[in-house]
Design a protein around this ligand. Structure first.
Ligand SMILES: Cc1ncc(COP(=O)(O)O)c(C=O)c1O
Length: 402
C-alpha cells in the first residue's frame, strides 16, 4: 500500500501514461522548433498543458506559467531570480522564510549567505508547526526582497495561513513566494486571491503528472522582480542573441520535457474532470479518519495539528520504542504499508517538533487514490507495530535497538 504520496504520487491516472506513449510514439518533435505538423502539434500540446494548469489556478493568462523540472527547480528560479534582480541594482538583499520550509528553500538561502544575501528563519508553534503571520511581518526589513513560505508541510501536514501572510507581505510591499509542493492538486489554490506573488509547484505530486515536471506561476508585475537564471535557445526570436523577455520564453530556455508535459496535460484534465473540491473533500474525510484512528494509539506521537484545521494528509509519526527506520521497516515488512522514514529534507521542521536528534519520523502521506480501506489498514498496521514495540521491544521484527 503506497502511502508516500508526499514524495511523488502513485499510481498516476491511466490517461497519463497513454498521453506520454502517444507523444513519444506518434509526435516526438520539439515544440516551436519547426513548421512541420509534428512540431506544431507538440507546440499545441505544450500550450494546452499550460492552459490547463492556468485554469486550475484561476489564472486567465496561461503565459504566466513557466515550466520547470520539479518544485526545487521552480523555487530555485524564483529565489535566484530575485537575487539576480537586486544584485544587478547593487542593492542589499534580505529574505524571510520559516522553520517549516524544505531544503529546497533552506539550502539556496544558506548557500547565498556566502554571497552576502542574509535571511531570517521565523520560528513556528512547536505543537502545530504554524507560523504567526505577525512574526513574518516583524521579520521584514527595508531590505527584504522576498518572503518564502511552504504552504503544506511535507513533514507534519501543517497548512499555513497563506492569505494572512499574503496580507502582511502586501502591506510591506514584499513579494510572497509560496511552495505548494504538498497542496497543489489536493486543494483549490487561487494564488492571486490569496495574496501570493509567485507559486512554485511540482507536476509529479498532487498534480499527478510524471516525475521531471514542475512549474512556477508568476503574479502581476513579477517578471520585473525575477531575472532569468537560465538563458539560451527558446525556438523564438532566433535572430536575436539576447534572451527574449516575453513570457513564458523568458524563463524557459532549452528544449522542454515534452513527454513529461504531455503526461501532465492528461493528469490536469483528469483533475479537472474529478473536480478539486471533490478531491479536497475526500482527502479531508481521510485525514479526519487517520487522526481519529492514530491519536488514541498508546505510545504513538502524531506531530503537527491534531485537528483537520490547517492540515493536509501528511502524518509524521514517532514511537519512543522504535527508530523511525525500524518503524517504517516494520510497517512495510509486516503490513505492506510504504511510508518514508527520516528527516524528509526538512531539518527545521524536525527540530521544531523535537524529532531531529532521533532521526526524524516515519511519514505516511495520502493521495487522490487512497481509499477509506487503505486508511483503516494503515491505522491497524501502525497500532500493531507500536503495540508490538511497546510490549516486545527486543524482537527483530520491530527492529528496536537498531
Ligand atoms: C514542501 C516541499 N517543497 C519542495 C519539494 C521539492 O519538490 P521536488 O521533488 O519536485 O523538487 C518537496 C518535495 O518533497 C516538498 O515536499
Amino acid at each position: 500500500m503506497y502511502l508516500d504520496n508526499a514524495a511523488t504520487s502513485f499510481p498516476k491516472p491511466g490517461a497519463v501514461t497513454e498521453a506520454m506513449t502517444h507523444f513519444a510514439t506518434r509526435i516526438g518533435a520539439s515544440p516551436g522548433r519547426g513548421a512541420y505538423d509534428a512540431s506544431v502539434e507538440a507546440a499545441a500540446m505544450l500550450h494546452d498543458t499550460r492552459a490547463s494548469l492556468a485554469r486550475l489556478l484561476g489564472e486567465p493568462d496561461p503565459h504566466r506559467i513557466a515550466f520547470t523540472l520539479n518544485c526545487t527547480d521552480a523555487l530555485h528560479l524564483a529565489i535566484h531570480g530575485v537575487v539576480a534582480r537586486w544584485r544587478r541594482a547593487g542593492e542589499p538583499i534580505h529574505m524571510v522564510t520559516t522553520a517549516m520550509d524544505h531544503n529546497s528553500v533552506l539550502r539556496p538561502l544558506n548557500d547565498l549567505r556566502h554571497d552576502g544575501v542574509t535571511h531570517t528563519r521565523v520560528d513556528v508553534d512547536p505543537a502545530t508547526g504554524l507560523v504567526h503571520p505577525d512574526a513574518i511581518a516583524s521579520a521584514i526589513t527595508s531590505h527584504t526582497r522576498l518572503v518564502c513560505v511552504v504552504h503544506g508541510s511535507n513533514v507534519s501536514g501543517t497548512v499555513q495561513d497563506i492569505p494572512a501572510i499574503g496580507d502582511r507581505c502586501q502591506a510591506a510591499g514584499v513579494p510572497l513566494l509560496v511552495d505548494a509542493a504538498q497542496t497543489v492538486g489536493h486543494h483549490p489554490i487561487d494564488p492571486a486571491a490569496m495574496g501570493i506573488s509567485v507559486l512554485a509547484m511540482p507536476g509529479h505530486k498532487g498534480l499527478l503528472g510524471p516525475l521531471g515536471t514542475g512549474a512556477l506561476w508568476l503574479g502581476e508585475g513579477m517578471t520585473g522582480h525575477i531575472t532569468p537564471v537560465r538563458t539560451g535557445g527558446t525556438g523564438s526570436r532566433s535572430e536575436d542573441d539576447v534572451h527574449p523577455t516575453d513570457l513564458p520564453d523568458r524563463y524557459e530556455a532549452g528544449s522542454h520535457n515534452t513527454i513529461g508535459l504531455a503526461g501532465l496535460g492528461a493528469s490536469l484534465q483528469w483533475l479537472h474532470d474529478q473536480g478539486l473540491e471533490r478531491i479536497e473533500a475526500h482527502e479531508a474525510t481521510l485525514t479526519a479518519r487517520m487522526l481519529e484512528g492514530l491519536l488514541p494509539i498508546d505510545g504513538l506521537q502524531v506531530h503537527g495539528p491534531h485537528t483537520t484545521d490547517h492540515r493536509c494528509g501528511v502524518f509524521a509519526l514517532t514511537c519512543a520504542a522504535l527508530t523511525p527506520a525500524a518503524f517504517a521497516t516494520a510497517l512495510e515488512a509486516d503490513h505492506g504499508v510504504l511510508g518514508r522514514a527520516g528527516v524528509h529534507c526538512a531539518p527545521g521542521a524536525h527540530a521544531t517538533f523535537g524529532t531531529l536528534a532521533g532521526g526524524g519520523a516515519t511519514r505516511l502521506s495520502l493521495g487522490q487514490s487512497t481509499t477509506v480501506d487503505d486508511v483503516d489498514h494503515a491505522i491497524a498496521a501502525v497500532r500493531a507495530v507500536v503495540h508490538h514495540a511497546m510490549h516486545a521491544p527486543m524482537t527483530a521484527s520491530t527492529g528496536a535497538h537498531t
